[in-house]
Design a protein around this ligand. Sequence first.
Ligand SMILES: [Zn+2]
Length: 304
Amino acid sequence: MKFCSEKSRHASRAPSNEPNCFGTRSNEPFFASSYGNVPSIQKKISESDSFKNNEKLMRIYAKIKQTEQYKFMIKGFEGEKSHLDLHLSVEKLNKENAKTSYKDDLVRIRFNETYIEKASDISIVRTFHHELQHAIKNLHLKRSNNRPSADDYPGIYDYYRRFVTEPKAAGKDRRDWHHNLMAAHSRPEIIRGMKQFDTDDKGIKKDRSGKVYVSALKKEVAYTDNEFYKAMSWAGLRLEHHEEGKPKIKTEAWKKFEKENPDKAFLYRAIIQKESNLYKKKTKTIPLDLPVIDVIGKRDSIPK
Ligand SMILES: [Zn+2]
């Protein structure tokens, strides 16, 4: 099995029927390779009471569950071939919007209660799909007994080798293979999940185009509907997960994107911040890109 080169990794983003670097075709789940004899145990997806009692999240979840992207993502956790259960809950977390962890036969996605309370619906949908991507990576790892091989999952193997196995062998700290892999490969799926959520009963899609003040460019910049989703998909994927007190490291994909498209990177950052302002405002964090236009609008509306 050949390695997933930089070129083929990017090529795998485009919809095609060519096998992508995960060893599957892009129109099927990349975890859908054969995995030998598996005991027939019915695995399932479950929700905690805290999740079921959260009206806002349940309303959003009900709509997410109807989307094709969600159905595609959870296939690996359903049915007799599943290696892992998936459990969803709402808890009080310190900083994160949500957290995905896996131990033994269970993947847990824990959503931050405060985040769910304050964040916009589309932001929560974005987080939901981001966490599902983490869950899938854990499912892969479990299927390979924590030893992903180049034959079964070349993409997983590539990232696991470069960010975990090799640094460890060299006596260095292991790095964040999940977020690096997701930043390079999983954003189209996160975008699909958000877009499918953003349709009404008749299937008409919401228009997310708009304008935002980009402080780094000192001007208001208009963005298209597509740019909105692209920007949002980068949320949580621009930096590697880092521990308190340790330096922040940019993911490879974001570093490259930022270098090649500096203005767009500023715009995307402003869109992400604008979307999270609701949440941040209420938690008294001053956003870096203040929505100056809104302020001017208010001032203008004051009767003279
Ligand atoms: Zn993450």
